[in-house]
Design a protein around this ligand. Sequence first.
Ligand code: ADP
Ligand code: MG
Length: 438
Amino acid sequence: MNIGEKILLKLKEEIPDIEYKRYIKQLTFDEKNSSSDQAIYYAPNTLIANYIKTKFCEKISHLFEVYSSNKVNVLITMPSKLESQTKEVKNVIDKEKIKHSMLNPSHTFDNFVVGGSNQFAYAAAKSVSEKPGGIYNPLFIYGGVGIGKTHLMQAIGNVLQNQGKNVIYTSVEQFLNDFLRHLRNGNMDRFKDKYRKCDVLLIDDIQFLSGKDSVQEEFFHTFEALKNEKKQIIITSDKHPKQIGGLEARLKSRFEWGLIADIQPPELETKINIIKKKCEINRIKLSNDVINYIATIIENNAREIEGILSKLHAYAKLMNIDINIEFAKNVLKEQQRENRANITIDLIMDVVAKELNVKPSEVKSKSRSKNIVYARRIAIYLCRDLTTNSMPQLAQYFGMKDHTAISHTMKKINELIKDDEDFKTKIEELNNKIKTAS
Ligand code: ADP
Ligand code: MG
């Protein structure tokens, strides 16, 4: 029994017997002319064809999607009309393809902010979008959470899809589910058709292949087939291929065949520019001090930005006021509190000591040597700024008499920040490093 007939039997279970006998039973499936995205059935006359079309077409299409996990266009026609109708259907399918590709249309190169942290990956992605299937195949992009890997990968996908290429974007999980469903339904041919015949395969967060042997095997063959046909493969991961555990050696080595590009957490300036870009896209107006403020409170991860902007926007609208810095601070206090929970005094001590070339134990000691006093003051300032510890708590930690010593230090550092641009930059850098490390 072919898939078309199977689907009609499934339909039989869902509709009145009489409808099945009178109409559906008269359909014949054209296996030869059907494909993975189009199912063709013949009806004996136009009347029956039209009746089935209006009443059951959607159901049949849904059943195809469930049992073949493909979006299938169902055509009920008569043999004599096939040619003219398939043309019509092809147009519909092309339009549908774009709609169902799962690419986020705002993940474009234009919307991607380039900075020191991502310029190499950006250049690599741009080059792949201009010459897919060339020497940078696969393109392997890796880095931490929320730093633009998916965005960059989809930017390539959007360019190529707009040129009419068949682009598949999938997560490892989706690939795995799709694989298992086809396996269960005994139609692996369709699975192979889908993944091995596309022009561009984007597979996101490949680290999740780790330890899943059967799907690794399948992915390996998909990879080989695409690579042999010079079809572009783009992969993202949170780690370098060498660092992904539980992954077959042959896959690891293939991931290194093309180009590997890493993305680092965004610098303050890049974060500011990303916020500006998101404001522009979402038509939100913010003053520079609010933008700077947001950039300092977010982790080194751009994922929060959209959430923060919409939160600010919604509150401001609700209360009918403009977003100024006080307002922003109030609304985002909660966010800040959550972020602060990850930053500990020990972490700050480690970062400050490392950056200023002293030992954490020295920073905590009573030493009066100049560079140690300098590091200690900065550490105190950052602890006060970035953690929820009170002044007496900090005084105790740093072995000081009482909180007035802490408050004195805060005053000194604040003056320095105001007067000395270089010092201010240094503090911002440290601030950033601590947030990255947390
Ligand atoms: P990842 O896949 O690395 O976890 P995403 O690509 O999903 O991160 O990015 C998270 C969010 O941050 C998305 O909304 C994305 O558009 C945005 N983003 C990240 N980096 C940039 C960038 N350089 N320019 C513009 N937007 C960015
Ligand atoms: Mg991602």
